[in-house]
Design a protein. Structure first.
Length: 113
């Protein structure tokens, strides 16, 4: 079993919420002001700020402040641990399915004899 990875857990927690995923999708286009991110969600600004805090703590976004304007930008390389974990899981399951396929084919050949 894979050892517990707190960084990976933070990332999956941040990605688990559809509002946070939509914010990341928006930020993938271009950096945006917090108010611009809040408008399409229909949520109040403090609620959006909590979502942004979760994303920032996971390292998925970076924020900067210029006067009273806070701007957010995505940090794409922060998704690398998720991609690595998913690739490892895919390899494990593909190997298992290949072994199952080999076993089923062996059984079918034995049955045909």
């Amino acid at each position: 079993m894979t050892k517990y990875d707190p960084e990976l857990s933070l990332l999956f927690h941040a990605l688990a919420d559809p509002t946070r995923r939509s914010i990341l999708t928006r930020l993938a286009e271009t950096p945006a002001r917090v108010t611009d991110l809040a408008d399409p969600t229909g949520l109040r600004l403090p609620t959006v700020m909590r979502h942004l805090t979760v994303l920032e703590e996971a390292g998925l976004i970076a924020t900067s402040k210029d006067g009273r304007v806070r701007t957010c930008a995505i940090v794409p390389e922060a998704l690398d641990p998720v991609r690595t974990w998913l690739d490892e899981q895919r390899a494990i399951w593909e190997a298992r399915l290949d072994r199952l396929d080999d076993y089923v084919m062996k059984l079918m050949k034995e049955r045909d004899k």
